[in-house]
Design a protein around this ligand. Structure first.
Ligand code: AMP
Ligand code: MG
Length: 493
């Protein structure tokens, strides 16, 4: 059933296999779609005809004006808990899945346009996106990918030539987003809440075929699917915490089945280490604060468990609850194990010692107490392994406390038996020098709003190789100047 296409070789399994679970739809005409960014590396990974895509025709396709050959554009329906309250009817209010391709590794990837105009799920919204948030999603997604964190990615950013009103007139834009799939916890919640068990089962079998094909046809496959999502998400959120990432809107419709990070809205990376850090202007209660993310993930997974109960044990609800609860209860331990393994690597520790968790937490405590930049702290610690402690110590104000910690760390490192340069190299391969620094992201986005995309390109160059120190990008490794003030990000725009 593959539809040949000169640009995309689509094979649209969602459209084909799940009738009744989406609405076929098309993008809105826009005056003059033009490329701002095009991700050639990703295009090659997706085996696209990039020479054909990087044309006016390609811009029209990725601007949502024209469906490419072989596409089956559709809007997916979903529900979701937003800030803890259930919304039974969400869905792609400004996005279209145009189709799926099989990438170079044989994996199926969704191609989605975000900002391509209103759909039946727009709930009064305009269905559009503007250049700032589109580029933010592009930059942060690429940064996460380069950091080795599962994520949706950006194939292109296209301006539409339209003026879109947010807090003033802004250039309209469309993001082309590539994902392992766009199945969310909220997709399951939609059909579960309506008691549409047949559709729920088709969806679950589709998810299994797509993400956990080894479970297809097995007994207990719905329980096992749940267990897999628990495992993937425990690993994912540990990776977020290890790099200091705050998602900002961890609603269940923004939590994937694939284990990829999705929907970069008011997200940001922490500067000074503080678990209470919140960036989103709408997260008044701090529900999605940096340090709360693992607990919130577990809460979201409980909502997935509820949605799957009718499939897990159709005739015995109590039994279904018992089985799903047991899988869910594994989350803290799974998360803790991923986190500690990651911390050991960040600290350059080999093997496992009982004191490791305590050693890591003691450093985090000092960082929080003395408001030390999280990213820089780990990066400079590696210099201390190689004998140059000053850069690291300079980050702290209470020197006796950090010296005591350093002595303890050096003892655990067994530095006498390992060349310091080797320890440093190992640490530098896991502790990034480049994250998308908030002030640099803002600087780049505001230049882009004025039509200057050079700062975005430079920022992408920095975060695209996050472990590689380069003199000409030194400014991109620095924390924000004090004058930048507390950072706020805005959602859904
Ligand atoms: P998000 O906060 O981006 O995860 O979006 C939450 C929901 O609101 C999703 O169902 C979106 O499709 C929808 N949405 C966000 N912005 C718009 C918009 N400008 N027009 C229509 N729907 C939107
Ligand atoms: Mg969303």
């Amino acid at each position: 059933m593959t539809s040949p296409s000169p640009i995309f070789r689509f094979d649209n399994s969602y459209a084909r296999e799940l009738p009744g679970l989406y609405v076929a739809w098309e993008g809105t005409k826009v005056p003059s779609p033009e490329f701002v960014l095009f991700n050639r590396t990703l295009a090659r990974e997706l085996v696209l005809e990039d020479s054909l895509l990087e044309t006016a025709e390609g811009a029209a396709i990725l601007g949502g004006v024209r469906a490419p050959e072989g596409a089956s554009p559709l809007a997916q329906v979903y529900a979701g808990h937003q800030f803890g309250g259930f919304s039974p009817q969400l869905g792609d209010g400004r996005a279209l899945l145009i189709g799926e391709v099989i990438d170079r590794t044989g994996a199926r990837r969704d191609i989605q346009l975000k900002g391509s105009g209103p759909t039946p799920f727009s709930r009064g919204g305009d269905g559009k996106a503007v250049i700032g948030p589109v580029l933010r999603e592009y930059i942060i997604g690429e940064a996460m990918h380069a950091l080795g964190i599962p994520t949706t990615r950006a194939l292109a950013a296209v301006t539409t030539g339209e003026t879109v009103y947010r807090d003033g007139p802004k250039p309209g834009a469309v993001l082309t987003r590539v994902a392992a799939s766009h199945l969310r916890i909220g997709t399951f919640q939609f059909f579960a809440a309506r008691g549409e068990t047949d559709k729920l089962r088709r969806l679950a079998d589709y998810a299994i075929a797509r993400h956990d094909n080894d479970l297809a046809g097995t007994e207990d496959r719905y329980l096992k699917l749940f267990a897999r999502v628990v495992e993937r998400q425990a690993s994912l959120v540990a990776k977020w915490i290890l790099v200091g990432f705050v998602h900002g809107v961890m609603n269940t419709d923004n939590t994937t089945i694939s284990g990829e990070t999705i929907d970069y809205g008011p997200c940001a990376f922490i500067d000074a280490y503080d678990p209470a850090t919140v960036f989103s202007s709408i997260d008044h209660g701090g529900r999605y604060a940096f340090g709360r993310q693992p607990a919130i993930l577990q809460w979201n997974l409980a909502r997935l468990a509820e949605a799957l109960l009718a499939l897990i044990e159709p005739d015995d609800l109590d039994k279904a609850v018992e089985l799903a609860s047991k899988e869910l209860a594994r989350f803290p331990e799974l998360y803790g194990r991923h986190w500690l393994a990651g911390m050991r690597a960040k600290l350059g520790l080999q093997g496992e010692a009982d004191e490791d968790k305590d050693l890591a937490e003691a450093l985090l405590f000092l960082m929080r107490d003395q408001r030390v930049d999280y990213t820089l702290c780990f990066r400079r610690l590696s210099d201390a392994a190689a004998g140059a402690r000053d850069g690291f110590r300079d980050l702290f104000t209470d020197l006796p406390a950090i010296d005591a910690w350093l002595a303890r760390w050096r003892q655990r490192l067994q530095i006498a038996n390992r060349p310091g340069e080797d320890v440093k190299a190992g640490m530098d391969a896991v502790n990034p020098i480049h994250i998308p620094r908030n002030h640099k992201v803002e600087e780049a986005l505001s230049a882009a709003e004025d039509g200057d995309y050079a700062p975005v390109e430079t920022l992408l160059e920095a975060v695209g190789s996050p472990f590689l120190e380069r003199p000409h990008l030194a400014a991109y490794a620095e924390p924000a100047p004090a004058s930048f003030g507390p950072y706020r990000t805005f959602c859904g725009t």
